[in-house]
Each structure stands twice: as structure tokens, then as C-alpha cells.
Ligand binder design. Structure first.
Ligand SMILES: [Zn+2]
Length: 202
């Protein structure tokens, strides 16, 4: 369990099992000695020592969709590992995005891996970035395929066929980026606004 992993364990301050982030720690020399380390409660931010047995990984029923096609798979998790909608997982050299979690017949936003009845994911190796190309009063839609961590910035040049456009602004879920050279990862982009670069025509 690497540092930063979120696990469910008892928080004395909250008086219940809450998600904790592992600050440091290790798995003991023998399986019986379990995990020993320092964890921080995400709810109340208190830091405490944690020691618990390490259980075997659980195999979670998963449905992975790839555009129109879906396939059923079993994906392994640590039993107290927490899974959240919107989270990305690296699995068999693919990047996956968690799209839904079913627990006891209903959809939940997050759950402990061992409590999950079914997990829905989609391949997230590439994303389609929407680009609105503005020419005068006309706007046309284009798409650019990118890896989720590929960066776009105001001032970047994109090409559609023989046409070159320059990125004017980038819309994310939370803000509009107008500043030159501020990179935004493709996974966070809702829409890119671009202007055609005027080139002399002969
Ligand atoms: Zn707490």
C-alpha cells in the first residue's frame, strides 16, 4: 500500500470508520504483523497510528466499456481500499475511469472495495477534446484525440487538415483559462475555443 493510498479504518475522533490517507507505513515482515504506519483521517484531519491485519485482495466484478462494447472483468483491489466515481485506475497497462459503483443494489459515489457489488469503468487511454473554431460570427466544432494528461494552453497552435488555429481560451469544469501558457490537462477540458490564423491566400 503506497503512501497516498486511501483506506477505510476506525478514527477515534470521528468514532467511526472513515477514509484515511496513508502518510507513511509498511507491511510487516510476516502477514500476521499486518500494516503498521501513520494515517490521516480525511474527515477530521487528525493523524494517528494504525495497525491492522492485511487481508487478501478482493476481486471486484467490473464492467469495462470501450465505446459501444462492454466486457466483464474481475479487478483486484486491497479489501479496505476505497474506490470513487471519477477516479482513474491503472489496470493491465490501460488507464481506466470509474464511471459508477453499485453497492447493495444502489449507486454510490464511493465504497470500500470489499463492499462493491459491481464497478463500471471505461477505457480512458485517450479523450476527445472538443474544439470550437470561431471564424467571425461562425463557430464550428472539431475534436482532437489526446491522452488524458496531454497539456493544452492558450496560444498553442492546432491543425485541422490544412487549417491552422490558435487556442484563445480553455473552458474547464470550474473556470475559463485566458492566460497564455497556463497548461490544462486534456482530462480537465470541457471545451477549447480557437481562432483561425489568418493566412494570405493566393
Ligand atoms: Zn476522523
Amino acid at each position: 500500500m503506497p503512501e497516498g493510498t486511501v483506506i477505510f479504518t476506525l478514527c477515534d475522533k470521528c468514532g467511526e470508520e472513515t477514509p484515511h490517507r496513508i502518510l507513511k507505513g509498511r507491511i510487516g515482515a510476516t502477514p500476521e504483523s499486518g500494516f503498521d504506519g501513520t494515517v490521516q483521517c480525511i474527515s477530521c484531519k487528525s493523524i494517528h497510528h494504525a495497525n491492522f491485519p492485511v487481508e487478501r485482495p478482493v476481486k471486484v466484478n467490473s464492467v469495462i466499456s470501450n465505446k459501444e462494447v462492454s466486457e466483464k472483468k474481475l479487478i483486484e483491489f486491497g479489501p479496505i481500499e476505497e474506490v470513487m466515481v471519477g477516479e482513474e485506475l491503472f489496470w493491465e497497462s490501460h488507464n481506466l475511469l470509474v464511471t459508477a459503483i453499485e453497492q447493495k443494489g444502489r449507486r454510490v459515489r464511493k465504497a470500500k472495495a470489499s463492499d462493491i457489488d459491481c464497478l463500471w469503468l471505461k477505457y480512458f487511454d485517450s479523450v476527445l477534446v472538443k474544439v470550437a473554431v470561431v471564424r467571425g460570427s461562425n463557430t464550428r466544432s472539431e475534436r482532437v484525440e489526446a491522452t488524458p494528461d496531454e497539456e493544452f494552453a492558450v496560444g498553442d497552435i492546432l491543425e485541422f487538415g490544412r487549417e491552422k488555429v490558435v487556442i484563445d481560451k480553455i473552458k474547464t469544469e470550474y473556470r475559463m483559462v485566458h492566460r497564455d501558457g497556463v497548461p490544462v490537462e486534456a482530462r480537465d477540458i470541457k471545451r477549447v475555443y480557437a481562432k483561425i490564423i489568418n493566412e494570405r491566400r493566393y
